[in-house]
Every structure is written in structure tokens, then in C-alpha cells.
Design a protein around this ligand. Structure first.
Ligand SMILES: Cc1cc2nc3c(=O)[nH]c(=O)nc-3n(C[C@H](O)[C@H](O)[C@H](O)COP(=O)(O)OP(=O)(O)OC[C@H]3O[C@@H](n4cnc5c(N)ncnc54)[C@H](O)[C@@H]3O)c2cc1C
Length: 482
């Protein structure tokens, strides 16, 4: 083909126009955003970057842009901008995920923490929630309506990341993992479209939203949740058992779990708790056993607690608070471990069918080679898998009981030793491990653990859905996975 002078000038003009328009088009997408946009040259960039992760220890990963979305339109504009400019997207709600995967090197961090609208349909017993709403805020809004939802035990955790990774909340043996109460989700896909996922419409997307974990291939702008009638009576007993008696106490808890009613929830947390006026280092290592009854009446709740009262556990304890009635909202205030949590540096968990074996092993190591920080602790939830059939969700129950452990680090130089301690513990617990919970692991360090969060079939299906919904990998996958 020969190009005439006129043709050449037209081509040149077109090229110049395209080049001139390019920044304008990019600016046009970004100018639609009502929320904040922070680039790497912003003088406050480092403050913004660090604020994205709730933990005190921040990873050295630097996104090129942070977009703090205020609406679904902001999310659409950010996704379009990122896709058109080759910026890979990492999503964030409230920054509590231990993998700290919302911070990636380069790309665009899409922060949905300011999207906090809640729309409750009390008659239908459902609610639409935006991802930035926090556990306590949601409880506060639903509680006066006589409705409840298994939000995170800790009030500050946002529903955005909590739900997409599963959601271990109260009354789990009855209400199940929270993500299985997601009825619908509005998702902004990589191509900028907003689609609704329900059991009738884009059902495979809903299946993925229910538990894909911190590496989902889209941005959820709203979840629709099924709510539950608030339990009529909640009564809690708590026992502090000295760690020397841990194996005995665990055997008792195992027996109680096997025979108890599902409305009785049993938890055991091992750490240096209790004894106010003392620092964690000065306190003894104890096992705090909590038995929480969700009854139809107070007398029913007391009856649910009877096997615990009659077990040897009360006699083993050095301190106890038995059969305290409390409201649903008060239940959220009773966590002794959480004020130290920003110091968490290494977190891991397993699903197991042998919690006695797993906790005895971990407990022995804890006493022989204690983690550096006395604030570290481990937590178990007994018999929380209410169902053998989890086919409706990507979340997978790989075992009946849950065990997680949290290593604190007051100083940066404790981070690596904690990781090394964790590596050894992970190996020691391998014989008891049936799988993992994706919201409380670091797949960057343990990619095999991420795979083991899902059955092989579900893992494969998630991969196929990612390829279908995000063929050009506009969204980041899990940390450690491309
Ligand atoms: C103090 C504390 C208490 C906790 N208590 C519990 C508990 O009781 N039960 C429990 O199950 N877990 C608990 N967790 C773990 C918690 O559920 C997870 O860490 C969860 O990922 C946190 O959600 P986030 O929105 O704060 O995290 P973020 O780090 O903001 O998000 C985590 C991931 O979720 C995805 N994500 C976030 N927003 C969106 C969105 N809008 N669209 C699509 N994907 C998104 C992203 O992949 C992101 O990397 C707790 C954690 C802490 C620190």
C-alpha cells in the first residue's frame, strides 16, 4: 500500500489526536471518582499505604495507586481505569486479613472501606450490606429489630473480607459459616460490568463469593444476607484451667462436644489471660474454656449448660464465672484476646477431626519453646461444622473442629523468628491437619495451605471460574499465586 502525502498527514493527525486524547480518557475515568485517589507521588502516600493494613507490621509492597471508593460507580470507574492502564487490582474492605494481601507491589489498590450502607428488610429477614460495614455496626443495626447475623466475633472486623473468606461467627454449629447465608451479591467484574449473583442468576459466581477467600476475581459492592431471629436467651460460663491440666480439660471438652446439643457452643483459648493488674509476661498460661448456650428461654439455656456444669471442668479451674445471662450485643464485648491483636505477625489455622491431639501437641510446644511474645495465644472452636454438605459454596469444611494460633511481635525484629516458629508448628501439626480456613492464613508463605482450604474439585472449579470471569487477570489472585 502506498501512502499519499494527504493520507500520511491524516494518519499523523489521527495518531497525535489519539496520543493527546489518551491522558484525557484516563483522566476522564478517574475524574468520575468521588472518593480519594492517592498516587505514589502524593506527599501522604506512605501514610495512606500503611493505613490500608490494620496490623502494626506492614509489608514492603507499594501499589501505584490507591483508590478509596465511595460508591459502586467509583468502583466501576476504578476497575475500568485499572484495566485500561494495565494496573492489576487488589481489593480491600477493612484491612484485617493476616496475609495483608491488599498491599501488592504496583497496580491499583481498590479500597471499599467507605462503602458502608445497610438496607434491612426486617419482614423478609434479609439485609443488603456494603463491604465496609463492620461487625459491631451491623449488630447494632439489626439487634433492635430482633434479628441477628453471625458477624465476626471481634467488633472492628469488616464484613467485606470476612464474608468472602467464609466467616466464623457465633452460634456456628446452628447458623453455619457466615458466607453460606449470602443470598446474593452485586459484583463489579473485570470488564466493568455490574452483575448480580443469586442462586438463579450467575449462580456459579454466588458459589465463588461464598468462600473464595482473599483472592476473589471481582469487586463485591453489596452482599444480600439472610438474617436469623436473635436467640431468646444467651447464657455463658467461663473457666480458667491451668495449662498443666490442659490434656485432661481437652478430653472433657471432646466428650462434651460429642454429646452436647448444637445450641451449646464450646471454645477454648490458651494464653496468658486473667489476673488484672499483671502484664501478660507475669501471668500464668491458662486455658480459658467458654461454654455459650443459645436457648429458647433462660431455663432452656441453663439446661444446655448442665453437662458442662456437671463435668470435671469447673473443679479443674482456678477461676470461673458461671451461667451469666447476656444479650446478643454483650456477647460481642467478651473477648479477652483482642486488644493485643495489631501486634499479630504470624497467624495460621487448621481444620481437624482430632482437636485433642492437635491442641496437646501445640500446647506442649508452647510450654517447651514459648513464642517470643507472651501475648501470643491459640484458639479452638469445637464441633463447628454443622453440615456434611457444603456443595453450595466454594468454602469447604475439611474437618469438624477449628484451631488457630496467633504469634505476636512487639518489634519488627520479632517478625522473622515468629515465622520460623510458625514453620515448625505447621509441620508438627501436619498429622492432625485436614485443611485450612482461608481468612486466617498467609498463602504468600504457605501456598499449599491455601490449596488445602478447598476440596480438589472446588479448587479446580474456582480456577475455571477465574479464567471465565477475569480472563486477562485484571484482579490479583491470592497472595503468592499469579
Ligand atoms: C482482630 C481480628 C479478629 C478476627 N475475628 C474473626 C472472626 O471472629 N471470625 C473470622 O472468620 N475471621 C476473623 N478474623 C479474620 C478476618 O475475617 C479476615 O482477616 C478477613 O479477611 C478480614 O476482612 P477485612 O475486610 O478486614 O480484610 P481486608 O484485608 O480488607 O480484605 C481481605 C481480602 O478480602 C477480599 N476483599 C475485601 N473486600 C472485598 C470486596 N469489596 N470485594 C471483593 N473482595 C474483597 C480481598 O481479596 C482482600 O484481600 C479476624 C481478624 C482480626 C484481625
Amino acid at each position: 500500500m502506498t501512502l499519499t502525502r494527504r493520507g500520511f498527514l491524516a494518519w499523523l493527525n489521527g495518531l497525535l489526536a489519539a496520543l493527546l486524547q489518551l491522558p484525557a480518557a484516563v483522566g476522564a475515568e478517574l475524574s468520575k471518582i468521588r472518593g480519594q485517589i492517592i498516587g505514589r507521588d502524593d506527599p501522604d502516600y506512605e501514610l495512606w499505604r500503611k493505613s490500608m493494613v490494620w496490623y502494626l507490621h506492614k509489608p514492603a509492597r507499594h501499589p501505584d495507586k490507591i483508590v478509596r471508593a465511595e460508591s459502586r460507580d467509583d468502583v466501576i470507574a476504578a476497575v475500568n481505569h485499572a484495566r485500561e492502564n494495565g494496573l492489576k487490582i487488589a481489593t480491600r474492605a477493612t484491612g484485617h486479613n493476616p496475609a495483608r494481601g491488599c498491599l501488592r507491589e504496583g497496580g491499583l489498590l481498590l479500597d471499599t472501606s467507605q462503602m458502608r450502607e445497610v438496607d434491612i428488610d426486617a419482614d423478609a429477614g434479609t439485609a443488603w450490606v456494603e463491604p465496609g460495614i463492620r461487625s459491631a455496626e451491623f449488630i447494632e443495626l439489626t439487634d433492635p429489630l430482633g434479628l441477628a447475623f453471625p458477624a465476626a466475633h471481634t467488633d472492628i472486623v469488616g464484613l467485606g473480607g470476612y464474608l468472602i473468606g467464609g466467616g466464623l461467627g457465633w452460634n456456628m454449629p446452628v447458623w453455619d459459616i457466615a458466607c453460606r447465608s449470602i443470598i446474593a451479591a452485586d459484583v463489579v467484574l473485570a470488564d466493568g460490568r455490574v452483575v448480580r449473583a443469586t442462586t438463579d442468576e450467575n449462580a456459579d459466581l454466588l458459589w465463588a463469593v461464598r468462600g473464595a477467600g482473599p483472592g476473589f476475581f471481582g469487586a463485591v459492592v453489596r452482599y444480600q444476607l439472610r438474617l436469623f431471629p436473635t436467640p431468646k436467651a444467651i447464657v455463658k460460663s467461663k473457666y480458667l484451667v491451668p495449662v498443666e491440666r490442659l490434656p485432661e480439660a481437652l478430653e472433657e471438652l471432646d466428650g462434651l462436644t460429642a454429646t452436647r446439643e448444637r445450641q451449646l457452643e464450646l471454645l477454648a483459648v490458651v494464653g496468658r489471660f486473667g489476673a488484672s493488674g499483671k502484664t501478660p509476661a507475669e501471668r500464668d498460661l491458662v486455658c480459658a474454656v467458654s461454654a455459650i448456650a443459645f436457648g429458647d428461654s433462660e431455663s432452656h439455656a441453663m439446661k444446655l449448660l448442665e453437662p458442662v456444669r456437671q463435668s470435671p471442668v469447673p473443679a479443674m479451674s482456678v477461676a470461673k464465672r458461671e451461667e451469666v445471662p447476656m444479650s446478643w450485643a454483650q456477647l460481642y464485648g467478651g473477648n479477652e484476646t483482642d486488644f493485643t491483636s495489631p501486634f499479630r505477625t504470624a497467624i495460621h489455622n487448621i481444620w481437624t477431626n482430632d482437636l485433642v491431639g492437635a491442641m496437646t501437641t501445640l500446647g506442649a510446644r508452647w510450654q517447651e519453646t514459648p513464642p517470643r511474645s507472651p501475648r501470643s495465644f491459640f484458639l479452638s472452636a469445637w464441633g463447628v461444622n454443622p453440615s456434611q454438605d457444603d456443595a453450595d459454596s466454594s468454602f469447604t469444611y475439611t474437618g469438624d473442629h477449628y484451631l488457630s494460633w496467633y504469634l505476636m511481635g512487639d518489634e519488627d525484629d520479632q517478625v522473622e523468628p515468629n515465622h520460623a516458629w510458625m514453620d515448625e508448628a505447621v509441620e508438627m501439626l501436619a498429622p492432625y491437619t485436614r485443611g485450612h480456613y482461608p481468612n486466617e492464613i498467609n498463602p504468600g508463605r504457605y501456598p499449599d495451605a491455601l490449596r488445602a482450604c478447598f476440596s480438589p474439585e472446588k479448587w479446580e472449579r474456582l480456577g475455571a471460574l477465574r479464567a471465565q470471569y477475569d480472563p486477562d487477570a485484571v484482579f490479583h489472585s491470592w497472595l503468592g499465586f499469579s
